[in-house]
Design a protein around this ligand. Structure first.
Ligand code: NAP
Length: 294
């Protein structure tokens, strides 16, 4: 039976480690990390995500600033706010919660963020630096997965890693990180997507499978070999009459049957999901210590 990778516990460990570091910064009279978040509009899910990020910042002793703007905010107004944050020495890093209202060009906004403060790791400069194995802010979900592999001492060197899904926020950066000459890393990587032929033949050869396509229970036991390491990124909310909330979360992996063959597996919920906040906090701490850009 597989070892279940407990993302919730690892995320809490990281938060506690950062809280101790913040306390010691405070005792030495040094700068306390300060994260800002911009939220445009009143999308319920986005409000919840940003709210929980701000709350966690406060819990671990970071300073946080939430800038809430109405849905009809113009692109120019948002770019002006971004310029202010870029120039505000007190703010170490900030995020602009995506998605943005349709009248705002997301790419333009991402490129307006000062790469030194881009703790979401979405700016092309950080993506490029990541690809070149230079110090960079890594995007939250891939960074979280790297932490899980590292903290569970999962051997990646020389392994065949198959990534399913090539989004800019998960699959593509994940494939770059697993192929880099580093630890975790040094894998032989196959990046697959909706046009991939004979996916099952490919996944059957995988030592590590990272699944991020957003299709509930897509990866089944017949697609994996014994001893495989499975990282399930997918989160799909499905209606359910068995839960109090009226819905249930599903990953991209048919958990029970794949877990029976795997050596390590992440559950949904409680696997990759809780790691994204830990990544954001790690990046903000790095920003405050000027670790990436000096
Ligand atoms: P996305 O932008 O929707 O991309 C999905 C990817 O899957 C695309 O590259 C697509 O290929 C590929 N794909 C679709 N059908 C496929 C198939 N039959 N075989 C192989 N590949 C296929 O997805 P995303 O934003 O990366 O999110 C993926 C899932 O992860 C979602 O459930 C999302 O909610 C979840 N997620 C979770 C976290 C977390 O913190 N745990 C963070 C981010 C996302 P094409 O490129 O060819 O279209």
């Amino acid at each position: 039976m597989a070892t279940i990778i407990d993302g919730k516990a690892i995320s809490e460990d990281i938060q506690n480690e950062i809280a101790i570091e913040v306390q010691s910064l405070a005792e030495q009279g040094r700068k306390i990390p300060h994260l800002a978040a911009i939220l445009v509009g009143n999308d319920g899910a986005s409000e919840t995500y940003v709210g929980s990020k701000v709350k966690t910042c406060e819990k671990i002793g970071f300073l946080s600033t939430l800038i809430k703007l109405p849905a009809e905010t113009s692109e120019n107004e948002l770019l002006f706010r971004i310029k202010n944050l870029n120039e505000d020495d007190d703010i170490d890093g900030y995020i602009v919660q995506l998605p943005l209202p349709k009248h705002i060009n997301e790419q333009k906004v991402i490129e307006a963020i000062d790469p030194r403060k881009d703790v979401d790791g979405f700016h092309p400069q950080n993506v490029g630096r990541m690809a070149l194995n230079l110090p960079a802010y890594l995007p939250a979900t891939p960074y979280g997965i790297i932490q899980l592999l590292d903290r569970y001492n999962i051997v990646t060197e020389g392994k065949h890693c198959v990534v399913i899904g090539r989004s800019n926020i998960v699959g593509s950066p994940m494939s770059l990180l697993m192929a880099r000459n580093s630890n975790p890393g040094n894998c032989t990587v196959t990046l697959t997507h909706s046009k991939t032929k004979n996916l099952k033949e490919i996944t059957l050869q995988a030592d590590i499978i990272i699944v991020a396509l957003g299709k509930p229970e897509f990866l089944t036991a017949d697609m994996v070999k014994d001893g495989v390491v499975v990282i399930d990124v997918g989160i799909t909310r499905m209606p359910s009459d068995k839960t109090k909330s009226g819905y249930k979360l599903f990953g991209d992996v048919k958990y029970d049957e794949v877990a029976a063959k795997a050596s390590f597996i992440t559950p949904v919920p409680g696997g990759v999901g809780p790691m994204t906040i830990a990544s954001l906090l790690m990046n903000t701490l790095k920003a405050s210590k000027k670790e990436i850009y000096g």
